[in-house]
Design a protein around this ligand. Structure first.
Ligand code: ADP
Ligand code: ADP
Length: 228
């Protein structure tokens, strides 16, 4: 297994109040698979994604990504893990507004040991003609393409996507999912998507449902439904 999560627990402490965000979570995903974590708002999806991405730490349990056990890593080791191995995609793109499309992607290649060529990535996501534009000059779907380009620029083993189509219309969402599938196929990137949208589970190899911090259901899609 590429992602192996075993009995992960996570609490948040606000003053005297303790909130259990994840309870005994188990999850696995093979290398080069697409995984989807389905759940309503507040169910713990982002917490789980942050633990997998090394942005936040679990209270107990183990998270293994490839050969690395990231639970127990110190913050310096986690930073190195994130830089080398993980790309992030967000609902609202998180692009740098005063940099062009090309420059937004370059920022990511600059901190990578094995970056892809910016022109190649922009061609792959269909944005060559927009490379001198600023994010505000692009549609939502185009901005998400930039953010996908930025995330894959360092050729990460793992792409973590937080509601990647949450701000997009139906047609644009399908295009973005098709692009993620293309990346998965051509680069072999393992992709994990968190979403409240059941329809997205169609592109997944493995799906889990989370509710109030607990996995309530998990299944393998024998026949995936391509986005296109
Ligand atoms: P989802 O991504 O499914 O919407 P989250 O993982 O963001 O869920 O949140 C799960 C629960 O944990 C929610 O009830 C949320 O209010 C709580 N929570 C998330 N982050 C914090 C935090 N930093 N401090 C306290 N509670 C938090
Ligand atoms: P979509 O339906 O994909 O969201 P839009 O209708 O928002 O697309 O945009 C259509 C075209 O107009 C896109 O190619 C985009 O580049 C361009 N565009 C959108 N907003 C702006 C803007 N503020 N300035 C310049 N061009 C824009």
């Amino acid at each position: 297994m590429f992602i192996e999560i075993n009995q992960v627990n996570k609490t948040y402490h606000t003053g005297d109040v303790v909130f259990q965000a994840l309870t005994d979570v188990d999850f696995t995903l093979e290398r080069k698979e697409i995984g989807v974590i389905l759940g309503p708002s507040g169910s713990g999806k982002s917490t789980l994604l942050n633990v997998i991405g090394g942005v936040d730490s679990a209270d107990s349990g183990t998270v293994k990504i490839g050969s690395k056990v990231i639970t127990g890593m110190n913050s310096k080791e986690l930073t190195l893990y994130r830089r080398a191995s993980v790309g992030f995609i967000f609902q609202f793109y998180n692009l740098i507004p005063n940099l062009t499309v090309e420059e937004n992607v370059e920022v990511a290649t600059n901190i990578s040991a094995h970056p892809m060529k910016v022109d190649d990535i922009l061609r792959a996501v269909g944005l060559t003609d927009k490379k001198k534009r600023f994010p505000r000059e692009l549609s939502g779907g185009q901005q998400q393409r930039v953010s996908i380009a930025r995330a894959v620029a360092k050729n990460p083993e793992l792409l973590l996507c937080d509601e990647p189509t949450g701000a997009l219309d139906y047609k644009t969402s399908k295009d973005i999912l098709a692009l993620l599938e293309k990346i998965n196929k051509t680069l072999g990137t393992t992709i994990l998507i968190i979403t409240h949208n059941n329809a997205i589970s169609g592109i997944a190899d493995r799906v889990v449902r989370i509710r109030s911090g607990e996995i309530t259901e998990s299944w393998i899609n024998e026949e995936k439904i391509p986005a296109e």
